[in-house]
Design a protein around this ligand. Structure first.
Ligand code: CTP
Length: 419
């Protein structure tokens, strides 16, 4: 594979020499494109010796072959490590004032950036906005590691280890082949977190980013399904292409959107974090400070998943999630089993949340239970991996039901028929 390794000007540039070695040892052809500032840290001879290819930071070298366009067009994968605040700002703005940024404008392959900078720079709203812009355009920006930085300071901003960067980057291009096994199926997925209004400016909400539901919608669409994503307050930058988006805000909106589409759906997935309670009354005007505390009466919301499962047609597959932390009364799995039985969904993905797991841009692990609480699968990895495992389980269930529906005279020889 042809890899472009962009190196921006930070002290962590030396770690990219190790990353380059790893990529070469794995058999990849690597073209290093440093910025001029990167060459202050690690020089051209190091990059040339380790990559076995010519190295320049300038668009004015190799003009006869129009290098920035050629390098970009030929690349199968681009890794920028370290990605400094300055490099990401220039990339987000679409600037092309050196060979690396010019190359970034010409590539169509996956791009992974591994940031490294001081904590203040990483957390600055300008950097956060640039990262959001880049992610919104499909660039994969890793979270920096937390740890010792250049000086005496510690915090988020350390370059992830070369092995982790290589693994994350190669995973982007080594996607397993997908078959269109869901072609002709209608899949409706809810994602995000509902918000319950208190008054015109305030709401009660939760921390769900919607990433897991988005990944499920994207996976189902990639496998040929006709997908609708009912998105409760999901960041627009995360929304997948090739999927119908229905934006909703409150639990009542989400329930109405799901019920409206349930009749025509083959598969319903409730990945949204639904507020269990809502304020009993919504004030028409902004609630003022009383100087004496505030008590809010809450009433329970309807259980959307349980309702969808109750009203489901026999051939329909209804999938839910169980966000559990485990407590004195039971483990994550025990709570999951009890939930599987009382929700009545065909599949329930039990997900441990809290302590950095589950919510946001973090890896995930789920155990998939059937409606009796028996384990039918386990998946661990990125949210895309979990989505793939879950959609596999849905596909298997649809196949089993289709096989059962086949009239007996047509089913002779079918291998998927249950005994
Ligand atoms: N869910 C729902 N309607 C609700 C609450 C949850 O449809 N009012 C769905 C979620 O989308 C998820 C599943 O039910 O698919 C389980 O959600 P979870 O928050 O784990 O469980 P709860 O039912 O809220 O139960 P508890 O908070 O008591 O664990």
């Amino acid at each position: 594979m042809r890899v472009v390794l962009g190196v921006a000007g930070g002290i962590a540039a030396y770690k990219s020499a190790l990353l380059l070695r790893l990529l070469r040892e794995a058999g990849h052809e690597v073209r290093v494109v440093p910025t001029t500032a990167a060459l202050e840290f690690v020089g051209v001879p190091t990059w040339e010796a380790l990559s076995g290819q010519p190295v320049t930071a300038s668009v004015f070298d190799g003009t006869d072959t129009v290098e920035h366009v050629r390098i970009g067009r030929q690349a199968d994968l681009v890794i920028v490590a370290p990605a400094t605040a300055d490099l990401m700002a220039r990339a987000a703005a679409g600037m092309a004032n050196d060979l690396l940024t010019a190359t970034l404008l010409t590539v169509t392959c996956p791009v992974l950036m591994a940031p490294a900078m001081h904590t203040e720079m990483w957390q600055h709203p300008a950097t956060a906005a640039n990262v959001a812009t880049l992610r919104g355009r499909g660039t994969h920006v890793m979270e920096p590691e937390v740890g010792r930085l250049t000086g005496a300071d510690t915090g988020p901003g350390r370059l992830p280890e070369p092995e982790a960067i290589a693994a994350a980057a190669l995973a982007l291009v080594e996607q397993p082949e997908r078959t269109a096994d869901l072609a002709g199926r209608r899949v409706v997925v809810s994602a995000g977190g509902t918000r319950e209004p208190l008054d015109p400016v305030r709401f009660l909400g939760n921390r769900s980013s919607g990433r897991q539901g988005v990944a499920i919608a994207a996976e189902a669409a990639a496998r040929g399904a006709d997908v609708t994503l009912v998105a409760a307050n999901v960041d627009a930058a995360l929304l997948p292409p090739d999927v119908e988006i229905v934006p909703v805000e409150s639990t009542a909106d989400l329930q109405a959107a799901m019920r409206e589409r349930a009749g025509r759906a083959d598969v319903l997935v409730m990945a949204a974090a639904v507020a269990d309670y809502r304020p009993a009354t919504v004030a028409e005007a902004k609630v003022k400070k009383s100087g004496d505390g505030l008590v809010i009466d809450l009433v329970e919301n309807p259980d959307i998943l349980a309702g969808l499962a109750r009203e489901a047609r026999p051939e329909q597959v209804v999938v839910g999630f169980a966000a559990e932390t485990g407590d004195a009364a039971g483990s994550v799995l025990e709570h999951g089993r009890a939930k599987a039985r009382h929700k009545g969904a065909d599949l329930l993905a039990v997900n441990q949340v809290g302590n950095g797991s589950g919510f946001g841009d973090v890896p995930n692990a789920v155990v998939i239970l059937d409606r009796q609480g028996a384990v039918v699968g386990e998946v661990e990895g990125t949210k895309a991996d979990v989505a793939r495992g879950l959609v596999d389980a849905v596909g298997a269930l649809l196949d089993t039901r289709a096989a059962v529906d086949v009239p007996s005279e047509l089913s002779a020889g079918a291998t998927t028929l249950p005994g």
